[in-house]
Design a protein around this ligand. Structure first.
Ligand SMILES: NC(=O)c1ccc[n+]([C@@H]2O[C@H](COP(=O)([O-])OP(=O)(O)OC[C@H]3O[C@@H](n4cnc5c(N)ncnc54)[C@H](OP(=O)(O)O)[C@@H]3O)[C@@H](O)[C@H]2O)c1
Length: 249
């Protein structure tokens, strides 16, 4: 900024890394007019593309998004176990876009066994995209050698634990983890207070029976419900998309 002759800088987010901090002071000493953005701009920046990185820097653990696709009555599979596809092609296209942006996709052993998902990011024609997340299965059951999730690119991890915090630690220095279910794994992350963000893809259909999106989230009474604030909503084909972040207060 100095070399380019910038006269005024407005910033929204302080760098939480002590090694990189102090930029505003340096600029001020050199005569640049430096100001903090207003509260709305700060909030927008904190919620923007930097959110996972900021979270990692501040808390020392990755940012966790729980994603699911459900019916109007919150089911993620029908009574006979069928779940493909609850949502339409536009929602699935959106999911594959998100998989390219995050670092790791995680599912539980139950989903691995039920659906044998590959968890890769793919374009509409089914071809893998350039940027691929790590693919992880969490749970104590061994992952069979022929499981689709293993792939052949060395980007598969088996997280042989049932403890969500331990699973995140096993992933090392990653910023953004996408937990794609199923219901018991989602419940475990919610109960542990480790869901920072939720992405819900809601299909306008009703099943009435079948697995609900979450099981065992540690809630016994209404006042203990896990609360979220809606940050984004959109219509994707016939479906509704909601992005929410954890309500802390
Ligand atoms: N529509 C959707 O968005 C969506 C997404 C995913 C799945 N699904 C559906 O969900 C169904 C599978 O449900 P699910 O509940 O069996 O799947 P799950 O939550 O993926 O897997 C449950 C398994 O995860 C392991 N696990 C790891 N940590 C755990 C913990 N803290 N608590 C409990 N279990 C833990 C356990 O296996 P170990 O014994 O190996 O430890 C457990 O049996 C399928 O019908 C699938 O199609 C739907």
């Amino acid at each position: 900024a100095l070399a380019a002759g910038v006269a005024r800088v407005v910033y929204a987010v302080r760098d939480p890394n002590p090694l990189a901090a102090g930029g505003a002071e340096t600029l001020r000493r050199a005569g640049v007019d430096v100001a903090r953005a207003d509260d709305d701009q700060v909030a927008a920046a904190e919620q923007g593309p930097l959110r996972a990185w900021l979270h990692r820097q501040r808390s020392g653990r990755p940012y966790v998004t729980w994603k699911y696709a459900a019916t109007l009555d919150g089911r993620v599979a029908a009574a006979d176990g069928s779940s493909r596809w609850i949502t339409g092609p536009e929602s699935r296209h959106h999911v594959h876009g998100r998989r390219q942006e995050i670092d790791v996709v995680v599912v539980g052993s139950g989903t691995r066994a039920a659906d044998d998902p590959s968890l890769t990011a793919r374009s509409d024609d089914g071809a893998p995209t350039d940027r691929q997340p790590l693919r992880a299965v969490m749970g104590l059951t061994p992952v069979p050698p022929d499981a689709a999730v293993r792939g052949s690119d060395g980007r598969f991890r088996h997280l042989a634990t049932r403890d969500p915090a331990e699973a995140l630690a096993m992933l090392g220095d990653v910023q953004h983890v996408l937990v794609e279910g199923g219901p018991r794994l989602a419940g475990a992350f919610l109960a542990a207070g480790l869901v920072d963000e939720v992405e819900a893809y809601l299909a306008p259909i009703v099943l009435g029976d079948g697995r609900s999106a979450v099981q065992g989230a540690g809630v016994g009474t209404l006042t203990d419900a896990h609360g979220f604030k809606v940050r984004e909503n959109a219509t994707l084909g016939r479906d509704v998309y909601l992005r929410m972040t954890r309500r802390t207060a």
